[in-house]
Write a protein that binds this ligand. Structure first.
Ligand code: PXP
Length: 242
């Protein structure tokens, strides 16, 4: 039987809505607890350098109250490393970050950035944090992840989500081949970005994948159906595709 696929729910955009008015509603911690009740296996939050959504206080409260694992998305900077080491989340996913981007555009250049990334990977690992690299499903980047000895890679599915027809099928093949290469080398492959009810099926059906991280679509859908219902339906859609 194919192993069950974990669902990590990204709550960044609950914080985006809260910050639009500056108060405390809607609370990302409450959303995280609702996601857990609806079948999420973990919570993902990206503490950005500019704090445009998740804040330091959100991370404090999530670490304090969450009963499912927290995956902290972070740029490879000294500031974020210090925060991760101070809090000790279950996992840390290193992502590229540019101030001017609207979302994480493209994966990390683990191949070109090996020397910069290596000390981040080793310091996080020494604190028992599961390190993951957010990369394109590109054999060069997977080789770099192998050299960096990370236990996890997360494949950026943004290109897959935006393409159509044969180009999308080709990108799906790249992700499936990348997942197989990662597993062959003892690395646990995850995937995420831009996934929705409509496009998650073929990704969830890749048997080597262990986890999907999904956020923006679930928060948007919550406007129409409620957050728990939106997470629950994603969980069911993933399980059916498996
Ligand atoms: N995984 C990573 C590493 C991300 O940076 C993001 C976006 O913050 C996601 C998954 C989730 O993407 P989306 O919000 O498009 O579902």
């Amino acid at each position: 039987m194919t192993r069950p696929l974990r669902l990590g729910v990204n709550i960044d955009h609950v914080a985006t809505i809260r910050n639009a008015r500056g108060g405390s509603h809607p609370d990302p911690l409450r959303a995280a607890q609702a996601a857990a009740a609806a079948g999420a296996d973990g919570i993902t939050a990206h503490l950005r350098e500019d704090r445009r959504h998740i804040t330091d206080d959100d991370i404090d409260r999530l670490i304090e109250a969450l009963e499912i694992p927290l995956n902290l998305e972070m740029a490879a900077t000294d500031e974020m490393l210090a925060i991760a080491l101070a809090h000790g989340p279950h996992a840390a996913c290193i992502v590229p970050e540019k101030r001017e981007e609207r979302t994480t555009e493209g994966g990390l250049d683990a191949a070109g950035g090996h020397n910069h990334l290596a000390p981040f990977v080793s310091e996080l690992a020494a604190r028992d944090i599961r390190v993951s690299l957010f990369i394109e499903p590109d054999p060069l980047q997977i080789e770099a992840a192998i050299h960096l000895r990370v236990p996890v890679v997360e494949f950026h599915t943004g290109r897959y989500a935006h393409l159509e027809g044969e180009a999308r099928a080709e990108e799906l093949r790249r992700i499936a081949e990348g997942a197989a290469l990662a597993v062959k080398n003892g690395i646990e492959p995850h995937a995420g970005h831009g996934l929705s009810f409509d496009n998650v099926g073929p990704i969830a059906a890749i048997p080597q994948l262990f986890e999907l991280n999904i956020g923006h679509f679930l928060v948007g859908e919550a406007i129409f159906t409620g957050f728990e219902a939106s997470v629950r339906r994603m969980r069911e859609t993933m399980d059916q595709a498996r």
